[in-house]
Unconditional design. Structure first.
Length: 181
């Protein structure tokens, strides 16, 4: 399964990923000048959080293997598909926001106008996620976790990707901070 990886050293907190996501996924006009005046403001399925440095950290659904949101959703609006993605059936969402409360990444967000939840679905059914395609610095990358585990990505060995490692058994740690094996 492919996952979106973040290279925090490359993220400038420009929020291009947020704008691209909101325009392409929840705007009626899909153009920024018109989207500003839409009755319901477009909402991004990810957000960039400050890190205390000049860099940012994009937060989107991690589609956790043991996703607490799945158990917390009383209406069954959240489900796991055959690819392992945690998806939302919008029509079943009753707006209780329990998924927001239990998510360790605070990835689901309230879509207050509709009293629903909005979350990243990794642009399922599309060629690539809009956030990854629009990132001007390449801080967001769509990678196959199985290839990473098998060491099939040579640029990782050369130190070309030194952001956060989400498949490590050590959890969320910078590659440079991990002890050498």
């Amino acid at each position: 399964m492919k996952s979106i990886f973040v290279n925090t050293e490359r993220c400038l907190a420009c929020k291009t990923c947020e704008v691209s996501c909101s325009l392409n996924r929840s705007s009626l006009s899909r153009r920024l000048p018109e989207a500003i005046y839409e009755a319901v403001s477009p909402l991004s399925r990810l957000r960039v959080e400050p890190t205390g440095t000049e860099n940012g950290f994009p937060i989107q659904c991690r589609h956790c293997e043991d996703a607490p949101c799945l158990d917390a959703c009383p209406s069954g609006a959240l489900y796991r598909d055959e690819e392992g993605l945690v998806l939302l059936q919008d029509a079943r969402c009753m707006g209780c926001w329990m998924c927001i409360m239990v998510c360790p990444f605070s990835a689901p967000q309230p879509f207050r106008h509709f009293k629903k939840v909005i979350k990243c679905d990794r642009c399922k059914g599309m060629e690539a996620p809009y956030c990854v395609e629009s990132c001007p610095t390449g801080a967001l990358t769509l990678l196959d976790t199985e290839e990473i585990a098998r060491g099939k990505l040579p640029f990782l060995k050369k130190g070309g990707f030194t952001g956060l490692n989400f498949v490590s058994e050590r959890g969320l740690a910078k590659s440079s901070d991990r002890p050498k094996r």
